[in-house]
Design a protein around this ligand. Structure first.
Ligand code: 5HY
Length: 243
């Protein structure tokens, strides 16, 4: 049995449930999913400031997951906040949903589009495309211009806007695949894939299968070089619990 920790870096319990459901829907029979979120922090991540706050919560959860013996970690926010710091801390693999979704899209299409929430977060996705080397694979980025938590308000408005944007992307971008740019969109991928007839990729599901594969291959995060464990030094004040 392997235990995979899926971290929703925002503090929305509803979104944590959504993300956990998407992860469990694709988990292999021998995989247990532990969906968690920080007990304090920011309720939704919609910019650079929010990402910085969320990264600390990610590290706290990774530390907790290690103590619980998880075999791998997933950062279920499309900005992949704290990814490299989390990889330093972790022994097992750490996969961010943006990297997982983008990588998966490159395996099934030569070009993909991204559909996310607020326009101001598009630059974060662009930075990740550059960082991961996928810029030339991404045909276009779209924002539904609704806040992240609109996905959890029960009205269905955000979900319908995601659907419309995905249909527009398929029609106009020349993309063979679409990446959903928010952890809160995770449960939409399967139905949109069926309706649009092209891969609509959710990073949570993709990340679960990547962690399962890495664990099956016996690979954790490399501790040779820059992702070695953090250098021992006393952390003080509000960060003492991260020692
Ligand atoms: C996410 N924000 O996946 C990101 C991405 C976004 O709270 N969870 C968040 O901008 O929608």
């Amino acid at each position: 049995m392997s235990l995979i920790q899926v971290i929703n870096p925002n503090t929305s319990l509803a979104m944590t449930e959504t993300i956990g459901a998407a992860a469990r829907a694709v988990a292999a029979p021998g995989t247990e999913i532990l969906a968690v979120c920080p007990t304090h922090g920011v309720e939704s991540i919609e910019g650079h400031f929010d990402e910085a706050i969320a990264a600390i919560g990610v590290l706290e959860q990774v530390k907790r997951g290690k103590a619980q013996g998880v075999s791998g970690h997933i950062i279920a926010c499309f900005g992949d906040p704290g990814l490299l710091a989390a990889r330093e801390l972790a022994s097992g693999p750490v996969i961010g949903i943006a990297e997982a979704a983008m990588q998966t899209a490159t395996l099934v299409a030569t070009r993909f589009s991204i559909v996310t929430t607020l326009p101001r977060t598009l630059v974060i996705a662009r930075h990740l495309l550059q960082q991961y080397g996928f810029t030339h694979h991404c045909a276009a980025l779209h924002a539904i211009d609704l806040p992240v938590l609109a996905l959890e308000d029960g009205s269905g408005v955000a979900q319908e806007k995601v659907r419309q944007r995905c249909m527009q992307a398929k029609r106009e971008d020349g993309s063979g695949a679409i990446v959903l740019g928010c952890g809160g969109m995770a449960t939409l991928a399967q139905d949109l894939t069926k309706e649009l007839g092209i891969p609509v990729i959710d990073g949570v599901s993709a990340a679960v299968k990547m962690v399962e594969s890495l664990v099956a291959l016996g690979f954790g995060t490399s501790k040779h070089g820059d992702l070695d464990y953090p250098l021992e030094k006393p952390l003080s004040g509000a960060f003492q619990h991260l020692n």
